[in-house]
Design a protein around this ligand. Structure first.
Ligand SMILES: [Cu+2]
Length: 187
């Protein structure tokens, strides 16, 4: 789709954009249930700082307890836009297709995000809103928090789905360690 056609469609479809925002990622959420759900900061057992570089994370992996709620402080210390997204390999693969569209339409341009365009509807039942609770998308120098309640043991990674980044190794393993029993002491 050409840019001009996209803009026209986006303006015409603003109503469906609102509808889409609610249920856009039905499939993703279904699979996301395996990785957990949005958590409450008041229930977080600890804070983990994650630094994003071009193109890797520090730390490279994260160890959590099954069912643990963690507050992540995510900082983009690279020169490109990066994402911190918690999900299964399948959800990451699906999200990479969405983010490819964001690049194709100029929403993501290297180190910049076009927030205005992100709020538009693409006119084909897709939006480029990036507001899933399991994900943060950041420009260089920016920092944001994400609170996540992990599910029981599952195949979960944190990953950057900006095109090419996952493929160049920008993902890390979530390692499940220990029983949940010890949480009784901290809560
Ligand atoms: Cu990245």
């Amino acid at each position: 789709m050409s840019v001009s056609k996209f803009v026209v469609a986006a303006l015409a479809m603003s109503v469906s954009a609102a509808a889409f925002a609610g249920g856009a990622h039905g499939d993703g959420h279904g699979q996301g249930a395996k990785s957990g759900e949005a958590g409450k900061a008041s229930e977080a057992s600890r804070t983990i700082t994650v630094e994003m570089y071009d193109n890797y994370y520090e730390p490279e992996s994260i160890a959590v307890e099954p069912g643990e709620t963690v507050r992540f402080v995510v900082e983009n210390k690279g020169s490109l836009v990066h994402e911190f997204n918690i999900g299964t390999p399948a959800t990451h693969e699906g999200h990479q297709k969405e983010m490819m569209k964001m690049v194709e339409h100029g929403v993501i341009q290297g180190g910049k995000l076009n927030r205005e365009m992100m709020s538009m509807d693409m006119g084909d039942g897709q939006s480029m809103k990036h507001d899933d609770p399991n994900s943060i998308l950041l420009e260089p120098g920016k920092s944001e928090e994400l609170v996540w309640k992990f599910s029981d043991k599952a195949d979960i990674e944190f990953a950057c789905n900006v095109p090419g980044h996952y493929q160049s190794g920008m993902y890390g393993e979530v390692i499940f360690e220990g029983p949940v029993d010890s949480k009784a002491d901290t809560q």
